[in-house]
Design a protein. Structure first.
Lengths: 139, 513
């Protein structure tokens, strides 16, 4: 698989797929998509990058350990649920704010924060499995 | 949402939620939060323990506050995302659930302190503390949820965390134990899931309060007997009841000793709790039909456990069988179904959580002092440390059910409830088991502690962090053995709340169903 063409295309493909995964994540609130499927797309992007350039390159590009990314996702997902304690509504109730930034109204919600958490959990955990499997291949 | 024209009050909870009700979801949420932080700091080995022990202490406090809240106000419910049951997922804490959750948190805190000295750098790097916190998230969630499918999810959470814990260190022996453990537990969980799918097909609801109401209304036309039997098998396997108990002795002697201690204290009791919840609260009439089968299984579990404890020479295996014999007593209480029987089962489960954890911890100290777990080679521990020997002897007596320790009262409750319906053979089995377990543990004491050492033991120091949790757990069993009144009345109220769930149902559906 490690041809010149593949190695040249892989970074662009990875960038495009990660961008698309973010699009799927944000689209997920009202239309098909969401954190889980978006996370899986991001993981396939990283897997392609890993096949082309080796797992060391992926680890360098991620900067954080995949397990730490996953743990951070779990943390913010849980925090998104706990935020409603300040509004006298039950755990995990959706809360909304719509700040106006540069004249555009941007709806933000605790649901989106939760979904981002799911995205990071999926990215982190599946990436660490994928990297471990690819590393096992070399040995 | 306020300007929406539709009437939302039929689907959503519109009244403000008192902050105290948050205690229902905080135990699992707190564990997940703390577990996530520990996972992020996986590389900071020194921080791990110093974060995990306070986090578990806070969990104990949260469960304690929840117990106080439930004692004062009856069962408390919180619905997720303000969606009303039966469609929204509800967390409902009643006395039985909170008592189990609190005992579990105490055991986990003791385990975390014990692990300060017992878990070395490599196992910490592998993630002992994050796994422990996630295990506690699963355990607390299972005890506090009011939704059958949600119960399944928490079972999965604690199962995955336990897979991580049992393989800490990745020795071949551990992998062997882990495979047996994982395979049989996955079968039980799958059976649980299949049964829950069937239950959803029958009732169209997963909320426990709703199921209790609908089961009572449609008892004549619904196949509830099948559901009850399937749950009995699935949770019986989790609880290590005969004849599906063989996974426990095959796996509990392989992990690190503190992991075995936590498993012995927590995991089988989650199975017992689920049995109580389903068979006593949801399907009481069907349990009545099954009571002879449960009583037979319980008797066999007691006897098999006691004989296994007598027949093994590895201390950890002996203790594994003592866990099983205790499960038999709880099943005997479950089979009776009367308030005394159910109360006895709950009391015995709480007692067993504390005592079995402490016993495994003591076994860990034996291994540390004498360098072996083999009764054929051990000896001279009494000469090495009289204090530790005294602690161990108290725990041995407590596990055998001798007065004045905490194991005595639940056995009396179960025996009395059995005598009330004339099941003398069940009483005989309970006391025969107590006798056999006394002999088995007496044998451990005579051989490992009293017998002079073949060669003098090396002068290993006992770290205070190993002795302290052991002493605290022992103090608990002595305290509840000597002064059982407060706990007894709480447990009787808990058993009452399971047999007559009207307060539970009222908490989930304040406006009636």
């Amino acid at each position: 698989m490690n041809t010149l063409i593949f190695r040249t295309v892989a970074p662009f493909l990875t960038a495009l797929m990660v961008l698309f995964s973010l699009f799927v994540l944000l689209r997920g609130h009202n239309e098909p998509g969401g954190g889980f499927i978006g996370g899986l797309i991001a993981v396939s992007a990283l897997a392609i990058f890993g096949i082309a350039n080796g797992i060391a390159a992926v680890r360098r590009a991620l900067w954080f350990h995949p397990m730490a990314i996953s743990a951070f996702g779990l943390f913010i997902a849980c925090l998104a649920g706990l935020m409603s304690i300040f509004f006298a509504v039950p755990f995990m109730t959706g809360l909304w704010i719509t700040p106006v930034i540069l004249g555009v109204e941007i709806p933000l919600s605790s649901v989106m924060l939760f979904d981002t958490g799911v995205y990071l959990v999926v990215v982190g955990s599946i990436t660490s499995i994928a990297l471990a499997l690819e590393a096992g291949d070399d040995a | 949402m306020a300007e929406s024209p539709a009437d939302l009050s039929a689907a959503l909870l519109m009244t403000p939620v008192p902050t105290a009700d948050w205690l229902v979801v905080l135990p699992p949420a707190w564990c997940i939060l703390a577990g996530a932080v520990l996972l992020m700091l996986r590389k900071s080995l020194h921080l791990q323990a110093w974060l995990a022990v306070p986090a578990l202490a806070i969990l104990v406090v949260l469960d304690g506050l929840l117990l106080r809240h439930v004692l004062a106000n009856g069962p408390v419910t919180m619905v997720m995302g303000r969606w009303l049951p039966p469609f929204g997922i509800a967390f409902t804490a009643d006395l039985a659930g909170v008592l189990f959750a609190l005992a579990g948190a105490v055991v986990a805190l003791a385990g975390a302190v014990y692990a300060l000295a017992d878990i070395d750098g490599s196992a910490r790097r592998y993630g002992f503390y994050p796994f422990l916190l996630l295990l506690m998230a699963g355990v607390s969630g299972a005890f506090l949820t009011g939704d059958v499918f949600n119960l399944y999810v928490w079972f999965e959470v604690l199962l995955i965390a336990s897979f991580g814990l049992i393989t800490l260190g990745s020795e071949p022996r551990q992998i062997d134990g882990a495979i047996k453990y994982a395979f049989l537990n996955l079968i039980a969980t799958t059976l649980f899931l299949v049964t829950t799918g069937y239950l959803y097909g029958i009732f169209g609801t997963l909320n426990m309060a709703d199921i209790a109401v609908k089961a009572a209304a449609g008892r004549d036309s619904l196949p509830l007997m099948t559901l009850a039997t399937l749950y009995l098998l699935a949770f019986g396997m989790k609880a290590a009841a005969f004849p599906v108990n063989f996974w426990l002795p095959a796996s509990y002697h392989t992990p690190r000793i503190v992991v075995a201690a936590l498993f012995a204290g927590l995991l089988t009791k989650v199975g017992i709790y689920a049995l109580l919840r389903t068979l006593i609260m949801l399907f009481p009439v069907e349990r009545e039909e099954l009571s002879f089968v449960i009583a037979l299984a319980g008797t066999a579990t007691m006897i098999v456990g006691a004989l296994g404890a007598l027949g093994n020479s590895d201390i950890r295996r002996v203790l594994g069988y003592v866990v099983i014999s205790g499960i038999g007593v709880m099943l005997a209480g479950l089979s009776l179904g009367s308030p005394g029987g159910v109360g006895g089962a709950i009391f015995y489960a709480l007692h067993s959580m504390v005592v079995m954890t402490a016993l495994y911890m003591a076994a860990g100290l034996v291994g540390r002092l004498a360098g072996s777990f083999d009764l054929n080679r051990l000896g001279g521990l009494y000469g090495r440390s009289a204090l530790f020997s005294a602690l161990s002897l108290v725990l041995f007596f407590a596990a055998s059910g001798l007065p004045p320790f905490s194991g005595f009262w639940p056995k009396v409750m179960v025996a009395k409830a059995a005598l009330d319906i004339g099941a003398w053979w069940l009483v005989a089995a309970v006391f025969l088991t107590g006798f056999l377990v006394t002999i088995a543990l007496g044998r451990v004491f005579a051989l490992a502690y009293w017998r002079p050492a073949p060669e003098p033991l090396p002068a290993t120091a006992i770290p205070a962090s190993l002795l302290l949790p052991l002493a605290v757990l022992m103090a608990l069993t002595v305290a509840f053995g000597l002064f059982p009144e407060a706990l007894l009345s709480t447990i009787q109220a808990a058993a009452q709340g399971l047999s007559d769930p009207s307060a539970y149902i009222g908490s989930v559906f304040p406006g009636g169903t």
